[in-house]
Design a protein around this ligand. Sequence first.
Ligand code: SF4
Ligand code: MG
Length: 350
Amino acid sequence: REVILSARDLVKHYPIRTGVLRRTTGQVRAVAGVSFDLYKGETLGIVGESGCGKSTLGRLLVQLERPTSGRLAFGGTVEDLDAGAPDVVDMVAADGNRLRQLRRDVQIVFQDPYTSLNPRKTVGDIIQEPFDIHPAVEPRQGRRRRVQELLELVGLNPEHINRYPHQFSGGQRQRIGIARGIALNPKVLVCDEPVSALDVSVQAQVVNLMERLQDELGLSYVFVAHDLSVVRHISDRVGVMYLGSMVELGDEEQIYERPTHPYTQALLSAVPVPDPTLRGRREEIVLSGDVPSPANPPSGCRFHTRCWKAQDVCAVEPPPLAPRPDGVSAHDSACHFAEPRTIVETVDVS
Ligand code: SF4
Ligand code: MG
């Protein structure tokens, strides 16, 4: 499988400023050393509770934020880059034309179509915005045409090009956001909670649209969301984040059917079984305590203050995100004692 985007030990700290002098009194470790590869044409879901760093990770990938440290490569892995592979770009070092090209290749779709669309602009102008920033992509005289094509591509009426955002429903507005996101023919689309603000019935339509566009345009998605069912539906692989770290990463089926990290197991145990034709038998795992502050994360395994399986070693040794050497856990899991545990067993009663 070909890698399109690659991250190694990605770190993002934000200063905490206090008092009238706004002195820096600490660091929020929003992303604390995240590594993964994104394959061409796949959807990688990123899940976790709010504050786990998943949105910050998304913003790092589209260069809305610069990492505090760590590596990002586009067109191959960081290792390919270091080996001198010709078509792999160092995203962190890129500037000038390279950075401009990267900003075309990796685009973002935001959560809230209500706040991310300028209410005083027509959809035509909104979808054209990327061409103002990258004029070479589409000559001025061809833009209206192209916008109409894009409207059609996302299932909207091209004749509505002069309407304003408030004249569209929530789901339609997210289609406008998606049209803008694909206007520059990106290779990677980072989707930050793209359907969370929508009604459940509309969510499915937008997710189906995204799947169709992925196949037609050969896109790779990083799909950031807290809704585990939506992520399961769209993702080929899933990464689970806790307190700035990726704690488990595997195929959708491995993560949902045989999770091996205690945090993933707890997260899944809190999901209701939605399908009325399936009767779910679910273990309830109730975690003790709150998520610790990302300004002062626990030593060793960051989950050890809440983990029912924690041993002495957990507070000292950070577990690597890797399969267990003895094969008990076959996919990547950052737990010294990773082992599969089925959380939701469903039986068909229809
Ligand atoms: Fe729990 Fe230890 Fe595994 Fe961390 S390493 S998840 S504390 S058992
Ligand atoms: Mg897919």
